[in-house]
Ligand binder design. Sequence first.
Ligand code: FMN
Length: 204
Amino acid sequence: MTNVAVIYYSATGNIAAMAHALGEGARETGAEVRIHRVAENAPAEAIDANPRWRAFLDMNQDDPATLDDLAWADAIALGSPTRFGAAAAQLKSFLDTTGGLWATGVLAGKVCTAFTSSSTAHGGLESTILAINNHFYHWGSLVMPLGYHDPHVMKRSGNPYGASFVSRSGAAPDDEALMAAQIQGRQLAIVASELSRGRDQGGS
Ligand SMILES: Cc1cc2nc3c(=O)[nH]c(=O)nc-3n(C[C@H](O)[C@H](O)[C@H](O)COP(=O)(O)O)c2cc1C
């Protein structure tokens, strides 16, 4: 059984929807999947100033991510909305608690991937994914991009860095973006499973 952890931050629900689509894609392969949100740490007055942010925070049922989810996983997908061209501070805060896992090499060799959403097409989708990927390099993980080999990505969704969605004026992720996330999850679980099979057969 391949263990897949999908860890995300989402203020208004777009990344949460993509996280669940990605998890569904991984589950289709028979993998065991955990989907968790990272803790909210924005001040209440900032959240209350945006009714969509407050409403999503109050209704989100996903449990908070823990370091154990990362240690447990063979494969990890991290998702965040684009915030000024990089990941949200809430995800970064969680990642900044992984020093102990990093120091003991627990994260090395895991297969990792990233996904995002921004409000504009050129607002930093790729830079956000690349910024998340930086953590994977430091952990010694294997970075799995979405690539272009699936026809859906090549012809429709079009971002080989990772599943992404342009939300414009508050739109929710469409079928195209959710399908890309699902493909990414499926691919992540398959790569992790093939890797562990290779390791079981005598690799390291
Ligand atoms: C503080 C802040 C910074 C943002 N920065 C960007 C940005 O640099 N580029 C962009 O296109 N969208 C930006 N956005 C828009 C979000 O990335 C976008 O609405 C995303 O779909 C939200 O995802 P969520 O519903 O999962 O929170 C920003 C939003 C906020 C609140």
